[in-house]
Design a protein around this ligand. Sequence first.
Ligand code: T4K
Length: 369
Amino acid sequence: MKDKPIFVTQPSLAPLEEFMPLLQEIWKSRVLTNGGPFHQRLEQALCEYLGVRHIALFTNGTIALVTALQVLRITGEVITTPYSFVATAHSLLWNGIKPVFVDIDPVTLNMDPACIEAAITPQTTALLPVHVYGQPCDVDAIQKIADTYGLKVIYDAAHAFGVNGQYGSVLNHGDLSVLSFHATKVFNSFEGGAIVCPDAKTKQRIDHLKNFGFVDEVTVVAPGINGKMNEVQAAFGLLQLQHVDRAIARRAEIEARYRSGLEGIRGIACLAPGQHKRSNHAYFPILVQREYPQTRDRLYQRLRDVGIFGRRYFYPLITDFPMYRGLPSASAANLPVATHKAQQVICLPIYPALEDADVDRVIQAIATV
Ligand code: T4K
């Protein structure tokens, strides 16, 4: 019999029977959306869990990113990373903003602060870094540059749910942070997202913008969008939150098993674990280096042949896609590290239901060339 397929991820789901009473509440109240009771409860619960002051829920992370740029009235040019999911840069184009790409740090694979200053022009208004794989950016260096040049900072924190740095949640850095609660994320509400912000006034502006700009029945203060999370998503999120610590703990075990199992395989490198206080183990990327007997793409295909569906996040680079590749900052010469790493990376399967035997199967498949 052929081995069962293993995908890069599998959504965590709280037990269905625990969800039923919440659905009954919704059926009874008939409040389905527009900031209902579950929406409010989830915002409160997430503030407490994540250790942040204000959070505004969204229907998904992409709409939250698009809205975050509107919240701060960002225009002109924004400096960002090519090494991310395409939604990061798409959020700029949806706002008529020109992305300016800079290279990444070879260790963390996050935007390299040393590359930012040279990319600043009179049109630059903000920085849009990504905590890629949940590994925190160099937030202090980024803030220093932002302060020097009067720039806003919006973190794409889609991967960084529950990640804590030296001073608590990594989501408290910058002007805004944007989360994704997509099915493939550490914490999911089927689809979902959020903006984290430091003060009540900004939270109010976000709430207006995600609800068409409505303040009350007869007042519209901005050309807002419909970005609201509905009650089913919010109720499910509330339930998921009760299980997320266990999910992260299991992810940590899987990561540790990969790290020890892959140690000593020539040409396979794992990312350094990072200095932050709490990881979420959202992804497990490996880099297939020249010393490995096969190319990255051969290994990727060989794994698929035995039912192991890793993913090459983030290859191609965002800058390889047609809507970006004509930009001067998108040239490979401007992005040597990102170009190199995107050719080496494979994200291995990691999710709470993955069993030790599955992890060993992946390790074995990589070890036996
Ligand atoms: N910024 C960053 C840095 C992001 O990574 C993302 C999303 C965003 C912004 C935008 O946030 P959202 O608007 O999505 O909230 C996936 C996700 O669709 C995407 O959310 C995520 N990043 C990106 C990194 O990965 P795909 O195209 O790779 O997904 P897909 O459908 O191939 O799923 C991967 C595997 O997961 C499948 O092989 C099987 C498994 N899976 C997936 C889904 C959707 C399931 O078992 N069940 C499912 O329901 O993009």
